[in-house]
Design a protein around this ligand. Structure first.
Ligand code: HEM
Length: 366
C-alpha cells in the first residue's frame, strides 16, 4: 500500500477541465463546422507544448543567471535544450495534421475568429523573448506593435520578461567569462590569426597559380578572398567589430564570439565538449524555429492564398519576412566562416592541454 492517498487518473490530469475546453464558435452560431474541432485541438496542443518549452527555457535561464555556471548545469542545460528541439520537431510535424483540413473547410468558420490569431499567442511571444528576440529585430506589420494586440494581463507578463536577461544575453555573458584564452603564456588570438593568415596566403597562391582561370575570374576570386580576409580581420579589431555590431551585422559581443570560435575549434578537448554541445543545441533551436516559421507560412499560403490574416497582417507575406529576420543565434551559424582545418590549428601548450583535459589519479598510485 502506498503511503499517499489514492488518486484517480482523470482527476490527476484535470481531464474534466481539459476535455471541456473545446468550444467551437460555429456551434454557438447554430452551424456545425466539422473541421473546427481539429482547428481548436491542434492550437491547444501547440499551447501545451509551448508551456513545456517555457518550463525548460525558464529553468535554463535560471542556471545561467549565476556568475559561475557549474559543469553539472551545462550538462543539464544541454539535455533540456535537447528536449526542446525534440518538441520543436513535433511542432513542425503537427502542421501536417492541420493540413488535412482543406482551405474550403477553413472558410466555413474563419470569419468567426476575427480578430483572433496565433499572432496573439502570448506564450509564443514569451518563448521568443526569453530566447532573445529583441524588440529592435522584430518586424512590425501595419506599424502595429504586437503588444497592442494582447489583453492587459498578457501584455504585463511579456513586459516583465523583457526586463529579464534572455538566453542569448546569458549565454553571451557565459562565453565572455570563458577562461583559457589568455592562460599559460598562450595568446589564442595571436596564434589563431597567424594560422588564418597562413591559410589565406595558401588560398591566394592557389588562385595565382591556377592556369585555367581567365584574368577576369582570377580578379573576382582575389576580390572574394579579400572580403574573407576583411571578415576575419574584423574579429581581431574590436573597433571594426563594434561598428558591425552597431549596424546590426553582428549580434554577439567580440569577446563572446571569439570564445565561441575557440570552443568550436578545440571541441575535442574534454572540458570544451559540453560547451560545444550547448552551442550546437542553440543552433539547432534556431534552425527548427526558422523551419517552423517557414512551414507555417507555407501552410498559411495554402489555406488563405494572398488574403490578409484574421489578425489583420498581410498574412503569408508578413510571415515569410519573419523567417529570416527573426533568427536569434545567427552569429553561431556564421561562426563556421571562421573555422580553420584541424591540421592548421595552433598547437596548445602542454599546461593548457592539461587544464582542458580530465586528469584522474587512481587511489592505488597515491
Ligand atoms: C489554418 C491554419 C492557420 C492559418 C490560416 C494561420 C494564419 C496565420 C496568419 C495569417 C498569421 C499572421 C498574423 C495574422 O494576420 O493573423 C499567423 C500568425 C501566427 N500563427 Fe498562425 N495560422 C494557422 C495555424 C496556426 C497554428 C496551428 C499555430 C500554432 C500555435 C499558429 C501560430 C501562429 C503564430 C505563433 C503566429 C505569429 C507568428 C509571428 O508573428 O511571427 N498558427 N497565422
Amino acid at each position: 500500500m502506498s503511503k499517499y492517498p489514492p488518486i484517480y487518473y482523470s482527476d490527476y490530469l484535470q481531464l474534466d477541465n481539459l476535455l471541456n475546453s473545446q468550444k467551437p464558435k460555429s456551434e454557438e452560431y447554430g452551424f456545425r463546422a466539422h473541421e473546427e474541432m481539429l482547428f481548436i485541438i491542434v492550437h491547444q496542443a501547440y499551447e501545451l507544448w509551448f508551456k513545456q518549452i517555457l518550463h525548460e527555457v525558464d529553468s535554463i535561464n535560471q542556471m545561467f543567471t549565476d556568475d559561475v555556471v557549474d559543469e553539472k548545469s551545462i550538462g543539464i542545460a544541454v539535455s533540456r535544450l535537447g528536449r526542446v528541439t525534440e518538441i520543436q520537431k513535433l511542432l513542425i510535424e503537427q502542421l501536417r495534421v492541420l493540413e488535412t483540413m482543406t482551405p474550403l473547410d477553413f472558410l466555413e468558420f474563419r470569419d468567426f475568429l476575427i480578430p483572433a490569431s496565433g499572432f496573439q499567442s502570448f506564450q509564443f511571444r514569451l518563448i521568443e523573448n526569453k530566447l532573445g528576440l529583441s524588440d529592435e529585430k522584430r518586424i512590425q506589420y501595419n506599424n502595429v506593435d504586437y503588444l497592442n494586440t494582447l489583453e492587459e494581463p498578457h501584455r504585463k507578463l511579456i513586459m516583465e520578461t523583457v526586463k529579464q536577461p534572455s538566453l542569448f544575453e546569458l549565454v553571451q555573458k557565459w562565453l565572455e567569462r570563458t577562461p583559457f584564452l589568455n592562460s599559460a603564456g598562450f595568446n589564442f588570438w595571436q596564434s589563431y590569426k597567424q594560422a588564418v593568415d597562413r591559410m589565406l596566403e595558401q588560398d591566394r597562391n592557389i588562385i595565382l597559380e591556377n592556369n585555367t582561370l581567365t584574368e577576369k575570374k582570377r580578379e573576382f576570386q582575389l576580390k572574394q578572398l579579400e572580403l574573407t580576409r576583411e571578415n576575419y580581420e574584423s574579429l581581431f579589431d574590436e573597433t571594426k567589430y563594434n561598428v558591425l555590431l552597431k549596424e546590426g551585422k553582428r549580434h554577439l559581443s567580440n569577446r563572446s564570439m571569439l570564445a565561441a570560435i575557440f570552443i568550436n575549434l578545440y571541441r575535442d578537448e574534454p572540458i570544451l565538449h559540453l560547451p560545444f554541445m550547448l552551442l550546437n543545441r542553440l543552433v539547432e533551436i534556431d534552425e527548427l524555429f526558422t523551419t517552423w516559421r517557414y512551414r507555417h507560412a507555407l501552410m498559411v499560403h495554402r489555406m488563405i492564398g494572398s488574403k490578409i490574416g484574421t489578425g489583420g497582417s498581410s498574412g503569408h507575406q508578413y510571415l515569410m519576412s519573419t523567417v529570416d529576420k527573426h533568427r536569434i543565434f545567427i552569429d553561431l551559424f556564421n561562426l563556421s566562416t571562421y573555422l580553420i582545418p584541424r591540421s592548421e590549428l595552433p598547437k596548445l601548450p602542454e599546461e593548457l592541454k592539461k587544464e582542458l583535459g580530465f586528469s584522474f589519479r587512481s587511489l592505488a598510485t597515491n
